[in-house]
Design a protein around this ligand. Structure first.
Ligand code: GTP
Ligand code: MG
Length: 371
């Protein structure tokens, strides 16, 4: 392992020796004389205290990063839009997802058993595909956004026509606006005798959603999730919106994506659903997510079929994770197992250092209070 002297590190960081030694003692480093040699871990810890990335040139700095987005996306193929369904409690989100899912099973492989995974794709008669995220709920959506995971392209806002705009409807509108994600409004439960779709449309305007009927550009569709009415119109609205935005992705780079959900499954171990966003995920690839990694041996689609590769916009279930990655974690490919292991190890060390710094801050705070 590499080492650096106290005085050299102070120089590199650009701090005078006295305050630097003081800082080291606060960090719990005992020997602070100018010629004392610090190991890579100590040096990284100190560098982080000075808000620098690790200055020590060693494996400790190795990590994986998302590739820069090309300026001109127009030459890359289109990918399916990724859609999240949001709305107030009991307005019919789950029923809608179930109906959408069922319609694919019926159209695709009649009698086929659809697995419940956190995302699924619907292929329309026009052969166009839409990928729906199944987990969300507002908490999950916020958590993913807070962690910088931009997973959704389009939000379908479900509003029950008998109930109208409710607190979580307003919250969902805010989420979509904050995320800069376009919206399609699904006015649900229109089969009910007390449904009042025009009232819903009117009150949406009051909450800053400008529907086409009011010369705005947000589409609304009347549906009955329960009776599977209007779903084709809803799907067409989503496709229309997607075609305006032209979601494209590179297919020939290393795979990038996000964890949608993860769980331990009996006989299968740690299993995670990944939504591939860029590149192609192939069998045999080594991927890292958070502080876990996995060699992709078996991956299946939402119909339980085994896949050799997954293109952008495809949700896949992958087994073989060393430990459980978290929903929202960014998935990045490592060129080999060794790199995957180094990256995970570095991230664990970094977490440990951050914990140590937090602990020290707590201790120092307590000391200050005692004085
Ligand atoms: P939470 O997950 O609790 O937020 O609810 P949700 O939005 O997923 O609603 P869910 O799909 O569970 O539906 C709530 C109730 O509304 C259920 O009893 C559904 O059967 C009923 N429901 C959903 N869609 C329709 C519809 O189109 N028409 C009618 N009449 N009932 C519906
Ligand atoms: Mg539900």
């Amino acid at each position: 392992p590499e080492a650096i002297s106290v005085s050299n590190l102070a120089k590199l960081i650009g701090e005078r020796l006295a305050p630097f030694e003081q800082k080291l003692r606060v960090l719990g480093i005992e020997y602070t004389t100018h010629d004392h040699l610090l190991n890579a871990e100590e040096a990284s810890l100190i560098a982080m205290e000075y808000d620098l990335s690790p200055v020590v040139n060693s494996e400790a700095a190795i990590d994986l990063y998302s590739k820069p987005i090309p300026n001109d996306m127009s030459k890359y193929p289109l990918r399916p839009p990724i859609v999240t369904i949001m709305g107030h409690v009991d307005h019919g989100k789950t029923t809608l997802l179930d109906s959408l899912r069922k319609s694919t099973v019926a159209a695709g492989e009649a009698g086929g058993i659809t697995q419940h995974i956190g995302a699924f794709s619907v292929t329309l008669p026009s052969k166009k595909t839409i990928t729906f995220l199944d987990t969300p709920g507002h908490a999950a959506f916020s958590a993913m956004r807070a962690r910088g995971a931009h997973v959704t392209d389009i939000v379908v806002l479900v509003v029950a026509a008998d109930d109208g705009i409710m607190p979580q409807t307003i919250e969902a509108i805010k989420h979509a606006k904050d995320a800069g994600v376009p919206m399609v409004v699904a006015i649900n439960k229109i089969d009910r005798h007390d449904a009042n779709a025009s009232k819903v449309r009117e009150s949406l305007l009051a909450h800053g959603v400008e529907l086409e009927e009011y010369n705005g550009d947000t589409q609304s569709v009347e549906i009955s999730a329960l009776k599977s009415q209007g779903l084709d119109v809803l799907e067409e609205s989503i496709i229309t919106l997607a075609e305006l935005s032209e979601y494209r992705a590179e297919v020939d780079i290393e795979a990038e994506g996000n964890i949608i959900e993860s769980q331990v499954e009996r006989g299968k171990g740690n299993v995670a659903t990944i939504l591939v966003k860029r590149g192609t995920l192939k069998q045999g690839d080594n991927i890292v997510a958070g502080t876990s990694w996995c060699k992709v041996r078996l991956m299946t689609n939402d119909k339980g079929e085994s896949l050799k590769e997954a293109l952008p916009g495809t949700p896949v279930k992958v087994m073989g994770w060393k430990n459980l990655p978290k929903a929202g974690d960014e998935v990045l490919q490592a060129k080999d197992e060794e790199l995957a292991k180094i990256v995970v190890n570095n991230r664990l060390l970094k977490e440990e250092r951050e914990r140590q710094i937090k602990d020290l801050e707590v201790i120092n705070e307590k000391r200050r209070q005692r004085k």
